[in-house]
Design a protein. Structure first.
Length: 433
């Protein structure tokens, strides 16, 4: 066997013993690594792309790790810029593609940084930089901490990531509780990668999760919003949703909806699961998905409930819905900062739920031309799929959209006739006979 520990005792796997080849890298990542190495720096591709290639998946993007400092990296590439404040990384641009170059970092914890700052009065930025091995141990999961050198065709594994890839295991590096405390987003990343890769979560990694979930309250709302999108729009939303429930962390992300699911509020659990199923299907068939639709579904149970309550207090259906939407969105954005353009669209999807049943006269035609019609119609289908009885509303709209103009007119005429017949016979439109 040609795999052997390097000078520090970490595993180096040579070309015969792994399946990677430099041909699998995108040419820009290879270019960045080779340029750095030509200038006497260490350079590796690292993280998600190595993991995905070893699993036979298509990497989303390529990250490079190096011992070159950000300003040294910047000097080597014309179209590059330093981004990030606390941790500087360099974006090297090739056309529309960006290669992220990160300098090896050590896991200096926040307390230490403060002490160093206080003592010297000056932020000694170099303290954040570290060796390749330190860089490996500050990463989140063993399977995300593999380094590949395309020139030597060697794979570097400091934490047993290769083994875990083979056993399909999610394992956090270091002491799990400590690592979750340092950055609670890692809780979500465990769920995300377990779902995405269909891996099992190793026991020590799993055990503290529920207990640590509260830490998510301290993560900034914009970062939480970004993370929820990765969770729900990654193509395995249903698996993520089930894991979040199992891990007891759904309540940190969506407390209002979670409470109703716990109480068995009608259709709540089914609606969320179905929304995830539909989203996963759309993604796998390369259809567009929007955060607005997903969040409209995630928050529909409380919006529905509060709006009924406002109606009982005497508000009209429209006013009640608006008030409920204000309450629910107002609370949610303190947890996940949903941008305004999406909350606006969510409100429209919800309002249209009240309008799509009203199809008489020229209303159907006007509704079908509403810019948010398609999403609102999909939302009606979603509610029906979750078990709600909407009097065949979804089917009606499905037929309507496929019909010729004459047929559409006929559908509306029929509907108008039925409605006036009901009114004459003194029955309420939805009443049972
Ligand atoms: P994806 O396919 O979603 O991009 P990824 O593993 O590349 O997966 P990124 O968020 O792009 O994930 O992060 C790149 C790498 O940075 C990860 O592989 C991991 O090594 C490290 N990393 C990212 N987030 C964290 C974190 N919160 N804590 C520790 N290490 C992290
Ligand atoms: Mg990545």
């Amino acid at each position: 066997k040609s795999s052997q520990p390097d000078s520090q005792g970490n595993l180096v796997i040579s070309g015969h013993d792994h399946s990677l080849s430099k041909k699998q890298l995108c040419k820009h990542a290879l270019n960045v690594v080779q340029t750095l190495q030509r200038n006497n720096f260490q350079a590796y591709v690292v993280g998600g792309c190595v993991r995905d290639l070893l699993l036979g998946l298509n990497p989303k993007d390529f990250d490079v790790a190096t011992d070159a400092k950000p300003h040294e990296v910047k000097k080597l590439f014309r179209r590059s810029r330093i981004v990030g404040r606390r941790f500087q990384i360099v974006h090297v641009q090739f056309g529309r593609e960006i290669i992220e170059v990160t300098t090896f970092r050590s896991n200096t914890n926040v307390k230490n940084t403060h002490l160093q700052q206080a003592a010297s009065g000056l932020l000694t930025r170099d303290n954040m930089f570290g060796t390749m091995e330190e860089d490996a141990s500050r990463r989140d999961l063993t399977i995300n901490a593999l380094y590949y050198d395309p020139t030597k065709n060697t794979l570097h594994d400091f934490s047993g990531g290769l083994e875990d890839l083979k056993d399909r295991t999610i394992r956090i590096i270091g002491d799990p509780s400590t690592r979750y405390k340092e950055d609670p987003v890692r809780l979500l990343r465990v769920a995300r990668f377990a779902a995405k890769l269909d891996f099992h979560v190793e026991n020590k990694t799993l055990k503290p999760i529920a207990k640590m979930a509260e830490g998510l309250n301290h993560v900034s709302a914009p970062r939480m919003f970004d993370e929820t999108l990765k969770l729900f729009m990654g193509g395995q939303g249903l698996a993520v949703f089930n894991l979040l429930t199992e891990f007891n962390i759904l309540q940190q992300l969506l407390p209002q909806t979670h409470r109703l699911i716990e109480q068995g509020y009608p259709y709540a659990n089914k609606l969320l699961a179905q929304a995830m199923t539909n989203t996963d299907l759309r993604i796998s068939s390369k259809k567009r998905v929007t955060p607005a639709f997903i969040y409209a579904a995630l928050l529909w149970p409380p919006v529905h409930k509060y709006s009924l309550e406002y109606q009982q207090q005497g508000h009209s259906a429209n006013v009640a819905l608006n008030k409920a939407a204000n309450d629910v969105i107002g609370h949610q954005i303190s947890i996940t900062a949903i941008p305004k353009r999406f909350t606006t669209a969510m409100r429209e999807i919800w309002s249209l739920q009240l309008m799509l049943p009203k199809r008489a006269g020229n209303r159907a035609k006007r509704l079908s031309e509403h810019p948010r019609f398609r999403a609102a119609y999909d939302f009606i289908l979603l509610r029906e799929q979750s078990g709600e009885d909407l009097n065949g509303l979804g089917d009606w709209w499905t037929t309507y959209q496929d019909a010729s103009e004459d047929q559409q007119q006929e559908m509306v005429n029929l509907l108008t006739k039925q409605q006036s017949r009901r009114r004459r016979s003194g029955r309420r439109p939805r009443g049972k006979s």
